[in-house]
Design a protein around this ligand. Structure first.
Ligand code: HMG
Length: 396
């Protein structure tokens, strides 16, 4: 292994069965659709079916990686989420069971709003650096929910990203210098008794931009790669316009003014998937990375990308990665597009019903209708235990 050549060897994403076009939402709210399509930069949002959750999405994303590589070298599963399904048991343990991963494995769940996917990645790099023959499966999976009729409603979404972290990775080598920032603020949080987040929307945007500055300055102070050496940028995307604002802010901090064309070149491809999926909290930054790799028409081999991760509350990190030669052969761009296109559009009334259902379900006992076409489904809760099953019966 080349020293410090550790990073993301494979990446895969999953999302929900349904989508809501934001035109539907705008029409029912009496809002000009331009506010959503242009103002916040979102066209659709993924909406979970009754038999989907963070475990089914996480397991689907991870299955593609395990099917491609086997699981013999995976000794750690890190599951990042802020939509946890149990106060004690890690969601990754369900995934471990569904995918029949090796018993000699550690599995843990991480939480710090949208940031914990990046924490998982950094912890994985540390584990692989100590044991280069081991692989770490990182899963970030979330359902982003705000109250009905609130201003955050248009920024919901659902999705999971799984990443295989290895030595000598085929996609991205993560560079060692990293910029960190933490500040105790109340911009967005979810108390135990709520199934949706509370948010101070405008304050959250300024807290995000402050964190861009804090993390970027720390990266600079610690001798990280100068911004002039960065070819592409990926940000946490609660909505794509936030990334555009963050990018302009970062460039201004570095004393640069970009024209629209240059900004689009550096950032545009990373917004494509997120624009159609919505906020995926912990997975959002990495969905942006996948979007960039899938959608940038330039050959990115040898390019450097900067990644900015933000989790309300707030913790942030700015770091860089190098795209590896041959990266395109690892991607599944047409499959990813087909998965998005296969989602079933919801009518507004049905969307509301699904949203309200999450709050109404009696957590002690329920069964779900068969809806999802994903490989795994939540069958229900029986005697306080969540029951997951393969959607298609396994052939004997
Ligand atoms: P709002 O206040 O209803 O929207 O909600 P607005 O009035 O500010 O309008 C939004 C934009 O649309 C504005 O653009 C308008 O001008 C424009 P801007 O001035 O900002 O560039 N606009 C139009 N454009 C074109 N045609 C039109 C039109 N009308 C208006 N007709 C808000 C916006 C983001 C506050 C809300 O959606 C919200 O609260 N979202 C949730 C919070 C959020 O996403 N915060 C982001 C930072 S915090 C974060 O990223 C962490 C997070 O992911 C959670 C975690 O870490 O776990 C959220």
């Amino acid at each position: 292994m080349t020293e410090n050549k550790i990073g993301i060897d494979d990446i895969s994403f999953a999302t929900s069965h349904h989508l809501l076009d934001l035109r539907e939402l705008a029409e029912h709210q009496g809002v000009d659709v331009g506010k959503y399509y242009v103002g916040i930069g979102q066209s659709q949002m993924s909406v979970l079916a009754e038999d989907e959750d963070i475990v089914t999405m996480g397991a689907e994303a991870a299955k593609r990686i395990v099917d491609a590589h086997g699981a013999d070298k995976i000794r750690t599963v890190l599951f990042a989420t802020e939509s946890g399904v149990d106060q004690s048991k890690a969601a990754g343990v369900y995934v471990h069971g569904l995918l029949d991963l090796p018993r000699n494995c550690r599995v843990v769940e991480l939480k710090q709003a949208c940031y914990s996917g990046t924490a998982a990645l950094q912890f994985a790099l540390g584990i692989v650096s100590r044991n280069p023959d081991e692989q770490v499966l990182v899963i970030a999976s979330d359902s982003a929910r705000y109250a009905l009729d609130s201003s955050g409603e248009s920024t919901q979404g659902a999705g999971a990203v799984a990443m295989l972290v290895t030595a000598d990775p085929r996609l991205l080598v993560i560079e060692p210098t990293t910029g960190l920032y933490t500040r105790d603020v109340h911009d967005f949080w979810r108390p135990h008794y709520l199934s949706h987040a509370l948010v101070d929307g405008k304050f959250s945007m300024s807290a995000y931009l402050d964190a861009v500055e804090g993390a970027y300055r720390d990266h600079e102070t610690r001798g990280g790669q100068p911004i002039q050496e960065v070819d592409r940028f990926c940000y946490h995307q609660p909505f794509t316009k936030m990334a555009i604002k963050a990018h302009a802010h970062l460039q201004a901090l570095a004393g640069r003014v970009l024209d629209r064309e240059e900004s689009q070149r550096q950032l545009g491809p990373s917004l494509e998937l997120n624009r159609r999926v919505g906020n995926t909290y912990t997975a959002s930054l990495f969905l942006g990375v996948l979007s960039l790799l899938n959608h940038d028409s330039a050959d990115l081999a040898g390019s450097r990308m900067a990644l900015f991760s933000y989790g309300s509350g707030a913790v942030a990190e700015y770091f860089t990665a190098l795209v590896q030669p041959g990266y395109r052969s690892v991607l599944r761009a047409s499959e990813d597009e087909a998965r998005l296109a296969a989602r079933t559009p919801l009518e507004y009334a049905r969307y509301r019903e699904l949203h309200e259902r999450v709050d109404l379900v009696d957590g002690t006992e329920f069964a779900t209708p068969r809806v999802t076409a994903a490989p795994f489904r939540l069958a229900g809760v029986h005697e306080d235990v969540r029951r997951y099953e393969p959607t298609r019966p396994t052939t004997p």
